[in-house]
Unconditional design. Structure first.
Ligand code: 1CP
Length: 343
Protein backbone atom coordinates (compact mmCIF):
# COMPACT_ATOMS: atom_id res chain seq x y z
CA UNK A 1 0.00 0.00 0.00
CA UNK A 2 1.36 3.42 -0.81
CA UNK A 3 2.00 5.90 1.93
CA UNK A 4 0.45 9.24 1.09
CA UNK A 5 2.96 11.04 3.31
CA UNK A 6 5.93 9.62 1.41
CA UNK A 7 4.28 10.36 -1.95
CA UNK A 8 3.68 13.95 -0.83
CA UNK A 9 7.36 14.30 0.17
CA UNK A 10 8.30 13.38 -3.39
CA UNK A 11 5.83 15.98 -4.76
CA UNK A 12 3.42 13.40 -6.20
CA UNK A 13 -0.33 14.02 -6.49
CA UNK A 14 -2.11 12.66 -3.37
CA UNK A 15 -5.84 12.36 -2.50
CA UNK A 16 -5.40 15.06 0.17
CA UNK A 17 -2.51 16.90 1.80
CA UNK A 18 -1.11 14.85 4.68
CA UNK A 19 -0.53 16.23 8.15
CA UNK A 20 1.51 15.30 11.22
CA UNK A 21 2.64 17.04 14.42
CA UNK A 22 5.72 16.99 16.59
CA UNK A 23 4.99 16.58 20.28
CA UNK A 24 8.40 17.66 21.70
CA UNK A 25 7.42 20.63 23.86
CA UNK A 26 3.99 19.07 24.28
CA UNK A 27 2.80 16.59 26.80
CA UNK A 28 -0.77 17.19 25.65
CA UNK A 29 -1.88 13.56 25.54
CA UNK A 30 -2.97 12.13 28.93
CA UNK A 31 -2.13 8.68 27.50
CA UNK A 32 1.49 9.85 27.03
CA UNK A 33 1.69 11.20 30.59
CA UNK A 34 0.48 7.84 31.91
CA UNK A 35 3.21 5.84 30.15
CA UNK A 36 5.78 8.50 31.03
CA UNK A 37 4.84 8.21 34.73
CA UNK A 38 5.26 4.42 34.60
CA UNK A 39 8.68 4.82 33.00
CA UNK A 40 9.93 7.08 35.79
CA UNK A 41 11.94 9.54 33.77
CA UNK A 42 12.13 10.66 30.19
CA UNK A 43 15.37 8.85 29.29
CA UNK A 44 14.04 5.55 30.67
CA UNK A 45 11.17 5.94 28.24
CA UNK A 46 13.59 6.49 25.32
CA UNK A 47 15.55 3.39 26.38
CA UNK A 48 12.48 1.12 26.56
CA UNK A 49 11.49 0.01 23.01
CA UNK A 50 8.08 -1.32 24.07
CA UNK A 51 7.03 1.87 25.80
CA UNK A 52 8.68 4.12 23.18
CA UNK A 53 6.74 2.22 20.51
CA UNK A 54 3.50 2.65 22.44
CA UNK A 55 3.88 6.44 22.75
CA UNK A 56 4.99 6.76 19.11
CA UNK A 57 1.72 5.20 17.98
CA UNK A 58 -0.51 7.29 20.27
CA UNK A 59 -0.86 10.38 17.99
CA UNK A 60 -1.68 8.13 15.01
CA UNK A 61 -4.37 6.26 16.89
CA UNK A 62 -5.75 9.16 18.93
CA UNK A 63 -5.60 12.24 16.68
CA UNK A 64 -5.33 10.59 13.25
CA UNK A 65 -2.10 12.04 11.80
CA UNK A 66 -0.75 10.60 8.52
CA UNK A 67 2.75 10.02 9.86
CA UNK A 68 4.13 8.99 13.23
CA UNK A 69 7.35 10.50 14.53
CA UNK A 70 9.66 8.13 16.34
CA UNK A 71 9.65 8.72 20.08
CA UNK A 72 13.22 9.49 21.12
CA UNK A 73 15.28 12.64 21.50
CA UNK A 74 18.02 14.35 19.52
CA UNK A 75 20.27 14.24 22.60
CA UNK A 76 20.65 10.45 22.70
CA UNK A 77 23.57 11.01 20.28
CA UNK A 78 25.85 13.02 22.60
CA UNK A 79 24.72 10.75 25.43
CA UNK A 80 25.99 7.66 23.58
CA UNK A 81 29.13 9.48 22.45
CA UNK A 82 29.95 9.39 26.16
CA UNK A 83 28.56 12.63 27.58
CA UNK A 84 26.53 12.37 30.73
CA UNK A 85 22.92 13.39 29.93
CA UNK A 86 20.25 14.06 32.51
CA UNK A 87 16.76 15.44 32.02
CA UNK A 88 16.06 17.57 35.05
CA UNK A 89 12.39 18.08 35.87
CA UNK A 90 11.28 21.60 35.08
CA UNK A 91 14.70 22.56 33.68
CA UNK A 92 15.27 20.38 30.62
CA UNK A 93 18.37 18.54 29.45
CA UNK A 94 21.73 18.89 31.16
CA UNK A 95 25.24 17.60 30.42
CA UNK A 96 27.47 17.77 33.46
CA UNK A 97 30.66 17.57 31.40
CA UNK A 98 30.41 20.06 28.50
CA UNK A 99 33.15 20.14 25.85
CA UNK A 100 35.68 22.85 26.59
CA UNK A 101 38.83 21.61 24.85
CA UNK A 102 39.99 19.33 22.06
CA UNK A 103 40.96 16.76 24.70
CA UNK A 104 37.32 16.71 25.89
CA UNK A 105 36.21 16.06 22.31
CA UNK A 106 38.82 13.35 21.77
CA UNK A 107 37.50 11.43 24.78
CA UNK A 108 34.11 11.00 23.09
CA UNK A 109 33.24 8.01 20.92
CA UNK A 110 32.84 8.70 17.21
CA UNK A 111 31.32 7.15 14.08
CA UNK A 112 30.37 3.48 14.18
CA UNK A 113 31.34 3.05 17.85
CA UNK A 114 28.76 5.62 18.99
CA UNK A 115 26.09 4.79 16.37
CA UNK A 116 26.13 1.11 17.26
CA UNK A 117 25.31 1.88 20.91
CA UNK A 118 21.86 3.20 19.97
CA UNK A 119 20.32 -0.27 19.59
CA UNK A 120 17.28 0.68 21.71
CA UNK A 121 16.32 3.22 19.00
CA UNK A 122 16.65 0.67 16.20
CA UNK A 123 14.68 -1.89 18.24
CA UNK A 124 11.93 0.68 18.83
CA UNK A 125 11.70 1.33 15.07
CA UNK A 126 11.37 -2.40 14.31
CA UNK A 127 8.56 -2.74 16.87
CA UNK A 128 6.73 0.31 15.53
CA UNK A 129 6.91 -0.99 11.97
CA UNK A 130 5.24 -4.22 13.06
CA UNK A 131 2.30 -2.28 14.46
CA UNK A 132 1.95 0.81 12.26
CA UNK A 133 -0.72 0.62 9.53
CA UNK A 134 0.75 0.15 6.04
CA UNK A 135 -0.57 3.46 4.75
CA UNK A 136 1.02 5.52 7.57
CA UNK A 137 4.64 6.65 7.47
CA UNK A 138 7.21 6.56 10.24
CA UNK A 139 9.48 9.61 10.48
CA UNK A 140 12.91 9.01 11.99
CA UNK A 141 14.95 12.01 13.03
CA UNK A 142 18.15 13.52 14.32
CA UNK A 143 19.36 16.92 15.42
CA UNK A 144 21.56 18.98 13.10
CA UNK A 145 25.21 18.89 14.19
CA UNK A 146 25.03 22.60 15.15
CA UNK A 147 21.95 22.14 17.37
CA UNK A 148 23.56 19.11 19.06
CA UNK A 149 26.83 21.01 19.49
CA UNK A 150 25.06 23.87 21.31
CA UNK A 151 24.05 21.44 24.07
CA UNK A 152 27.43 19.67 24.05
CA UNK A 153 29.32 22.95 24.48
CA UNK A 154 26.93 24.90 26.72
CA UNK A 155 25.92 21.85 28.78
CA UNK A 156 22.24 22.82 28.60
CA UNK A 157 19.69 24.88 26.70
CA UNK A 158 20.78 28.52 26.41
CA UNK A 159 19.26 31.89 25.58
CA UNK A 160 22.52 33.59 24.56
CA UNK A 161 24.68 30.78 23.11
CA UNK A 162 27.64 32.78 24.45
CA UNK A 163 29.93 29.80 25.08
CA UNK A 164 29.49 28.25 21.64
CA UNK A 165 29.59 31.63 19.93
CA UNK A 166 32.81 32.47 21.74
CA UNK A 167 34.19 29.26 20.23
CA UNK A 168 32.72 30.14 16.80
CA UNK A 169 34.59 33.44 16.63
CA UNK A 170 37.71 32.72 18.67
CA UNK A 171 38.41 29.03 17.99
CA UNK A 172 36.41 28.06 14.86
CA UNK A 173 38.73 25.09 14.20
CA UNK A 174 37.63 23.40 17.43
CA UNK A 175 33.95 24.06 16.66
CA UNK A 176 34.43 22.54 13.19
CA UNK A 177 36.12 19.48 14.72
CA UNK A 178 33.13 19.01 17.04
CA UNK A 179 30.65 19.47 14.16
CA UNK A 180 32.58 17.04 11.93
CA UNK A 181 32.69 14.36 14.62
CA UNK A 182 28.96 14.70 15.35
CA UNK A 183 28.21 14.65 11.59
CA UNK A 184 29.96 11.28 11.22
CA UNK A 185 27.89 9.77 14.05
CA UNK A 186 24.63 11.25 12.73
CA UNK A 187 25.21 9.86 9.20
CA UNK A 188 25.62 6.32 10.52
CA UNK A 189 22.82 6.75 13.07
CA UNK A 190 20.35 7.78 10.37
CA UNK A 191 21.56 4.99 8.09
CA UNK A 192 20.85 2.50 10.86
CA UNK A 193 17.42 4.06 11.45
CA UNK A 194 16.71 3.56 7.73
CA UNK A 195 17.91 -0.04 7.88
CA UNK A 196 15.62 -0.62 10.89
CA UNK A 197 12.62 0.61 8.87
CA UNK A 198 11.93 4.37 8.99
CA UNK A 199 10.17 5.77 5.89
CA UNK A 200 11.30 9.40 6.13
CA UNK A 201 14.27 11.28 7.63
CA UNK A 202 13.88 14.65 9.35
CA UNK A 203 16.83 16.78 10.46
CA UNK A 204 15.97 19.37 13.11
CA UNK A 205 18.11 22.48 13.33
CA UNK A 206 16.20 24.04 16.17
CA UNK A 207 18.85 26.60 17.04
CA UNK A 208 19.64 27.70 13.48
CA UNK A 209 18.51 31.25 14.27
CA UNK A 210 21.36 31.67 16.75
CA UNK A 211 23.87 31.88 13.87
CA UNK A 212 24.16 35.11 11.87
CA UNK A 213 22.96 34.54 8.28
CA UNK A 214 26.40 35.00 6.67
CA UNK A 215 27.83 32.21 8.87
CA UNK A 216 24.88 29.82 8.77
CA UNK A 217 26.15 27.75 5.85
CA UNK A 218 29.64 27.39 7.29
CA UNK A 219 28.60 26.29 10.77
CA UNK A 220 25.40 24.42 10.16
CA UNK A 221 23.75 24.03 6.77
CA UNK A 222 26.75 22.47 5.01
CA UNK A 223 26.91 19.72 7.65
CA UNK A 224 23.18 19.03 7.23
CA UNK A 225 23.71 18.84 3.45
CA UNK A 226 26.63 16.44 4.00
CA UNK A 227 24.33 14.13 5.99
CA UNK A 228 21.62 14.42 3.30
CA UNK A 229 24.14 13.69 0.50
CA UNK A 230 25.40 10.60 2.32
CA UNK A 231 21.88 9.23 2.85
CA UNK A 232 20.59 10.19 -0.63
CA UNK A 233 23.57 8.48 -2.25
CA UNK A 234 22.61 5.19 -0.60
CA UNK A 235 18.84 5.45 -0.02
CA UNK A 236 17.30 7.63 -2.76
CA UNK A 237 13.78 6.36 -1.98
CA UNK A 238 13.82 7.69 1.58
CA UNK A 239 12.73 11.35 1.52
CA UNK A 240 14.59 13.89 3.65
CA UNK A 241 13.00 16.84 5.45
CA UNK A 242 15.31 19.68 6.52
CA UNK A 243 13.88 21.87 9.29
CA UNK A 244 16.04 24.83 10.25
CA UNK A 245 14.08 27.00 12.66
CA UNK A 246 14.01 30.77 12.17
CA UNK A 247 16.13 31.37 9.07
CA UNK A 248 14.06 33.63 6.74
CA UNK A 249 17.25 35.52 5.82
CA UNK A 250 18.80 32.27 4.53
CA UNK A 251 15.92 31.25 2.23
CA UNK A 252 17.64 32.69 -0.87
CA UNK A 253 20.73 30.59 -0.20
CA UNK A 254 19.14 27.21 0.58
CA UNK A 255 20.70 24.41 -1.50
CA UNK A 256 21.12 20.64 -1.29
CA UNK A 257 19.88 17.24 -2.27
CA UNK A 258 16.72 16.69 -0.20
CA UNK A 259 12.98 16.76 -0.84
CA UNK A 260 11.19 18.77 1.84
CA UNK A 261 11.94 22.08 3.51
CA UNK A 262 10.26 22.59 6.91
CA UNK A 263 8.98 26.15 7.28
CA UNK A 264 8.75 27.40 10.87
CA UNK A 265 5.83 29.58 11.99
CA UNK A 266 7.80 32.85 11.93
CA UNK A 267 8.44 32.57 8.17
CA UNK A 268 5.46 33.50 5.96
CA UNK A 269 4.48 30.47 3.85
CA UNK A 270 3.98 32.74 0.81
CA UNK A 271 7.58 33.93 1.07
CA UNK A 272 8.89 30.37 1.41
CA UNK A 273 6.81 29.34 -1.62
CA UNK A 274 8.16 32.21 -3.70
CA UNK A 275 11.78 31.43 -2.81
CA UNK A 276 11.77 27.63 -2.54
CA UNK A 277 8.46 26.26 -3.81
CA UNK A 278 9.84 25.24 -7.23
CA UNK A 279 12.75 23.30 -5.75
CA UNK A 280 11.33 21.73 -2.61
CA UNK A 281 8.06 20.47 -1.16
CA UNK A 282 7.20 22.74 1.77
CA UNK A 283 6.14 21.56 5.22
CA UNK A 284 4.38 23.77 7.71
CA UNK A 285 3.63 26.10 9.27
CA UNK A 286 0.76 26.93 11.61
CA UNK A 287 1.71 28.88 14.74
CA UNK A 288 1.25 26.12 17.37
CA UNK A 289 -0.59 28.49 19.75
CA UNK A 290 -3.45 28.79 17.25
CA UNK A 291 -4.38 25.34 18.56
CA UNK A 292 -5.83 27.07 21.63
CA UNK A 293 -8.73 28.22 19.41
CA UNK A 294 -10.62 26.11 16.88
CA UNK A 295 -11.59 29.23 14.90
CA UNK A 296 -7.98 30.46 14.74
CA UNK A 297 -6.94 26.97 13.63
CA UNK A 298 -9.50 26.75 10.83
CA UNK A 299 -8.60 30.25 9.64
CA UNK A 300 -4.92 29.34 9.32
CA UNK A 301 -5.49 25.94 7.71
CA UNK A 302 -7.71 27.57 5.06
CA UNK A 303 -5.13 30.31 4.47
CA UNK A 304 -2.34 27.73 4.05
CA UNK A 305 -4.47 25.73 1.64
CA UNK A 306 -5.16 28.81 -0.44
CA UNK A 307 -1.46 29.79 -0.55
CA UNK A 308 -0.22 26.29 -1.42
CA UNK A 309 -3.23 25.16 -3.47
CA UNK A 310 -2.87 21.64 -2.07
CA UNK A 311 0.30 21.09 -4.07
CA UNK A 312 3.84 20.28 -2.97
CA UNK A 313 2.78 20.87 0.63
CA UNK A 314 2.63 18.92 3.90
CA UNK A 315 0.47 20.41 6.67
CA UNK A 316 2.34 20.70 9.94
CA UNK A 317 2.67 22.99 12.92
CA UNK A 318 5.44 25.56 12.60
CA UNK A 319 7.02 23.90 15.70
CA UNK A 320 5.98 21.57 18.56
CA UNK A 321 2.55 21.38 20.17
CA UNK A 322 2.23 22.83 23.68
CA UNK A 323 1.35 20.69 26.73
CA UNK A 324 -1.94 22.41 27.61
CA UNK A 325 -3.55 22.25 24.16
CA UNK A 326 -6.91 20.43 24.41
CA UNK A 327 -6.72 17.08 22.59
CA UNK A 328 -10.02 17.95 20.93
CA UNK A 329 -8.39 20.99 19.29
CA UNK A 330 -5.47 18.90 18.03
CA UNK A 331 -8.01 16.53 16.45
CA UNK A 332 -9.78 19.53 14.93
CA UNK A 333 -6.50 20.66 13.29
CA UNK A 334 -5.95 17.28 11.68
CA UNK A 335 -9.58 16.99 10.52
CA UNK A 336 -9.49 20.51 9.05
CA UNK A 337 -6.28 19.82 7.12
CA UNK A 338 -7.93 16.74 5.61
CA UNK A 339 -11.22 18.57 4.94
CA UNK A 340 -9.81 21.59 3.12
CA UNK A 341 -7.42 19.56 0.98
CA UNK A 342 -9.60 16.60 -0.13
CA UNK A 343 -9.61 16.51 -3.90
O1 1CP B 1 7.91 14.13 28.69
C1 1CP B 1 8.62 15.16 28.77
O2 1CP B 1 8.54 16.00 29.65
C2 1CP B 1 9.69 15.35 27.80
C3 1CP B 1 9.39 16.34 26.75
C4 1CP B 1 10.16 15.85 25.56
C5 1CP B 1 9.66 15.07 24.53
C6 1CP B 1 8.24 14.56 24.34
C7 1CP B 1 11.55 16.02 25.34
C8 1CP B 1 12.53 16.69 26.23
N1 1CP B 1 11.89 15.36 24.20
C9 1CP B 1 10.76 14.78 23.66
C10 1CP B 1 10.72 13.91 22.46
C11 1CP B 1 11.26 14.49 21.23
N2 1CP B 1 12.27 15.40 21.13
C12 1CP B 1 10.88 14.12 19.92
C13 1CP B 1 9.98 12.95 19.62
C14 1CP B 1 8.84 13.18 18.81
C15 1CP B 1 7.60 13.60 19.56
O3 1CP B 1 7.39 13.12 20.66
O4 1CP B 1 6.85 14.32 18.94
C16 1CP B 1 11.59 14.92 19.04
C17 1CP B 1 11.48 14.97 17.53
C18 1CP B 1 12.48 15.71 19.81
C19 1CP B 1 13.48 16.60 19.24
C20 1CP B 1 14.19 17.58 20.09
N3 1CP B 1 14.65 17.44 21.39
C21 1CP B 1 14.59 18.86 19.64
C22 1CP B 1 14.37 19.33 18.22
C23 1CP B 1 12.99 19.73 17.95
C24 1CP B 1 12.55 21.03 18.58
O5 1CP B 1 11.75 21.00 19.53
O6 1CP B 1 12.98 22.08 18.11
C25 1CP B 1 15.25 19.50 20.70
C26 1CP B 1 15.84 20.88 20.68
C27 1CP B 1 15.29 18.59 21.81
C28 1CP B 1 15.94 18.80 23.14
C29 1CP B 1 14.97 18.65 24.26
N4 1CP B 1 14.30 17.50 24.55
C30 1CP B 1 13.42 17.70 25.60
C31 1CP B 1 13.56 19.06 26.03
C32 1CP B 1 12.81 19.70 27.15
C33 1CP B 1 14.55 19.63 25.18
C34 1CP B 1 15.14 21.00 25.32
C35 1CP B 1 14.52 22.06 24.55
C36 1CP B 1 15.24 23.35 24.91
O7 1CP B 1 16.48 23.35 25.10
O8 1CP B 1 14.53 24.36 24.95
Amino acid sequence: MSKIFVDACFGKETPYTPVWMMRQAGRYLPEYMEVRAQAGNFLNLCHDPKKACEVTLQPVNIVGVDAAILFSDILVIPDEMGMDLEFIKGEGPKFNDPIKTEADLNRLLGGEEAASKLTYVYDTIKLIKEQLADDKALIGFCGAPWTLATYMIEGEGTKTYNICKKMMYSDPELLHKILAKVTEVVKLYMEKQIQAGIDVVQIFDSWAAAIEPSKYDEFSWKYMVEIADYLKGKYPNIPIIMFPKGVPAFLDKVYGNFEVFGVDWSTPMGLAKEKLGDKYVLQGNMEPCRLYSKEATTECVEALQSIMGGKRHIFNLGHGILPDVPVENAKHFIAECHRVSKK
